[in-house]
Design a protein around this ligand. Structure first.
Ligand SMILES: Nc1ncnc2c1ncn2[C@@H]1O[C@H](COP(=O)(O)OP(=O)(O)OP(=O)(O)O)[C@@H](O)[C@H]1O
Ligand SMILES: [Mg+2]
Length: 261
């Protein structure tokens, strides 16, 4: 069963310097309960691919072609109301910088509870209980205290744990992780990757995992797609891509990872 089928997706920008083809006709599929990794250098179109799925493309950008089927439903053709209902519930995303997800003027507990209340028909007390449960789930130490903290009082790692909790509270079917550890210190990165490993193991989610780091992709993913200048140059099972890459760009990306070790 496929949860996501992207076919010939094109996401372009109209700029003063002409048309920028950020995503230029890519196709890939994500199997239910599998982790698909999208890897590629900076500017290759990974984030724009993720934002296209949620139809959250920045101003000036537009979808110029293709289809994005989520459980068979074309998200490109769906109206805004349907998409609003999906975002943060059936499909959720964790961004690189947790500060962009969290609102500085509300306590984190309030924000996690609010995202539950936005999508689930339960009372405030229940939502707060569930929020606390998720803070526990992402292994935040002393969640009862952190619940009443504001984002600026927390470390980057704790904020990203909260970003992950927010993405999980409405039991998404598809979780998008866009460079979830890139902004963090190396030791914290390792802790967040351990948490994500645990979540992948326990929650049986379908995941689109985006990273420029082939090492992380190799660790976390079942299938891999390699992006370069808006195109998917190669995709397949992790083992095939790692052991038998066909495209020169994939080979050079893999060599640069090996050179670092
Ligand atoms: N707001 C914008 N206006 C015009 N072009 C844009 C805009 N946002 C992105 N682009 C173009 O889209 C391309 C792809 O950007 P995207 O953010 O998807 O790359 P990425 O692979 O996620 O890179 P990174 O690893 O740095 O996050 C960029 O090279 C840029 O040319
Ligand atoms: Mg990006």
């Amino acid at each position: 069963m496929k949860i996501l089928q992207i076919n010939g997706l094109k996401t372009y920008f109209k700029t003063d310097h002409g048309l920028v083809k950020a995503v230029d006709g890519i196709s890939f599929e994500i199997e239910k309960n599998k982790v698909f990794g999208l890897v590629g250098e900076s500017g290759s179109g990974k984030t724009l691919t993720a934002l296209s799925i949620l139809k959250l493309i920045p101003e000036g950008g537009f979808i110029a072609g293709g289809s994005i089927l989520f459980n068979g439903l074309d998200l490109i053709k769906s109206d805004d109301e349907v998409l609003r209902g999906f975002r943060g519930s059936k499909i959720s995303i964790v961004f690189q910088d947790p500060s962009t997800t969290l609102n500085p003027v509300f306590t984190v507990g309030y924000q996690v509870a609010e995202s539950i209340l936005a999508h689930q028909d339960i009372g405030k007390a229940k939502a707060r209980g569930l929020a606390l449960e998720y803070l526990n789930k992402v292994h935040i130490t002393d969640p009862r205290r952190i619940f009443y903290d504001y984002p600026h009082q927390l470390s980057g790692g704790t904020k990203q744990r909260i970003g992950i909790a927010m993405a999980l509270v409405n039991s998404p079917e598809l979780l998008i992780l866009d460079e979830p550890t890139t902004a963090l210190d190396v030791t914290i990165q390792a802790q967040i990757l351990d948490l994500l490993d645990e979540i992948i193991e326990k929650e049986r989610l379908s995941i689109l995992f985006i990273s420029h780091d082939f090492g992380i992709i190799a660790r976390m993913c079942d299938e891999v797609g390699v992006m370069y200048k808006g195109k998917l140059v190669e995709s397949g099972s992790k083992n095939n891509i790692l052991n038998d890459p066909k495209e020169q760009y994939t080979i050079s990306l893999l060599e640069s990872v090996k050179a670092l070790r």
